[in-house]
Design a protein around this ligand. Structure first.
Ligand code: NAI
Ligand code: A1CAB
Length: 292
């Protein structure tokens, strides 16, 4: 899809997640000349240029040049950004959104006919090349677009294609998931410190236990319940600990938390549409919003 000419990829809104993708591409050997990025904060522009030697442009310049445009702003900022770049996109430019809640129908409506779009839910472990990406195509995108995005993202993690109706659940599981696991790690380290372990020792114990457990689930292919039962000696320490977790309904709390994330992802779609409607209303009566 992309030719030899630079640049072939633009990252619009290079905050936490935009930089995660950018740094992964650079680590994977992408020439910095093939990537341009944008951010509305000048200090962020300077910082990224210094660290990655990429060219920072404004949104329309970047979108007009690239074959693939990755949009990574907050859902509420998406309408404004898509409206800004829509007039300058060349036919066939692929637009890829990494935003929670923003669906392909919303993007297609703003970008117009003939612009293929792909929706992606990434996660931050892509920063260490262990990301999880779930991708879904829109009405004007085909297998070649999914393959192209898979190839780009596979340099920093695993990529699965899912029907778009799964994306809110995916957002709640793998998009938000690192935060749940960091939360558990924080709690375990605090417990170690509480019991008198030096913080660095507690951290090392917890992090290696997390990594080893994840690797064990993947490499043995065993169900996590079986693995947990193997740690649980009758009448032992694990049984005592798990009883306290069950007494505090920690499993139910996880289910509730993950459903709340799924629901919030749905709300973000509504918020993105509301922001778009508000912007349209302000444009049709420019005096109204003044002074806010
Ligand atoms: N942080 C995470 O773990 C994940 C984030 N996402 C999605 O990624 C998107 C970005 O999230 P973060 O990177 O966490 O937020 P962030 O706030 O770090 O990054 C957004 C960046 O976009 C810039 N920006 C905003 N409007 C702009 C515009 N019109 N033109 C150019 N730049 C603009 C901001 O200055 C900021 O640097 C969100 O839609 C979020 O749902 C998805 C999965 C995981
Ligand atoms: O918290 C958020 O809204 C974003 C989307 C998934 C992870 N972070």
């Amino acid at each position: 899809m992309s030719g030899d000419q630079a640049p072939s990829l633009a990252i619009l809104g290079a905050g936490v997640m935009g930089e995660t993708v950018l740094s992964g591409l650079i680590r994977a050997g992408w020439n910095a000349d093939r990537i341009v990025a944008t951010d509305r904060r000048p200090e962020r522009q300077r910082d990224l240029t210094e660290r990655y030697h990429i060219t920072m442009l404004d949104n329309t310049e970047a979108a007009a040049q690239a074959d693939t445009v990755i949009v990574v702003v907050k859902p509420q900022d998406m309408a404004e950004l898509l409206d800004e770049i829509a007039p300058v996109l060349r036919p066939g430019t692929l637009v890829v959104s990494l935003a929670a809640g923003v669906d392909t129908a919303f993007m297609e409506a703003r970008l117009g006919e003939g612009i293929p779009v792909i929706r992606v839910m990434p996660n931050t472990p892509a920063l260490v090349d262990e990301g999880m990406f779930a991708i879904s195509g829109g009405t004007h995108s085909g297998q070649e677009h999914l393959d192209h995005v898979t190839e780009i993202l596979a340099s920093t993690g695993r990529v699965v294609t899912v029907p778009e109706r799964y994306q809110d659940a995916v957002t709640a599981i793998s998009g938000t998931g690192p935060a749940y696991l960091f939360f558990v790690v924080e709690a375990m380290i605090e417990a170690g410190v509480h019991m008198g372990l030096p913080r660095d020792v507690a951290t090392e114990l917890v992090v290696q236990t997390m990594l080893g457990s994840a690797k064990m689930i993947r490499e043995t292919g065993e169900h996590p319940t079986v693995l947990r039962e193997r740690v649980t000696s009758p009448g032992g320490t694990t049984a005592a600990a798990v009883k306290v977790l069950e007494d505090h309904k920690v499993r139910a709390a996880f289910l509730g938390a993950i459903e709340a994330a799924r629901d919030r992802s749905r709300d973000l779609a509504t918020a993105a549409r509301a922001a778009a409607a508000e912007a349209a209303a302000a444009e049709s009566s420019p005096g109204e919003g003044a002074g806010r």
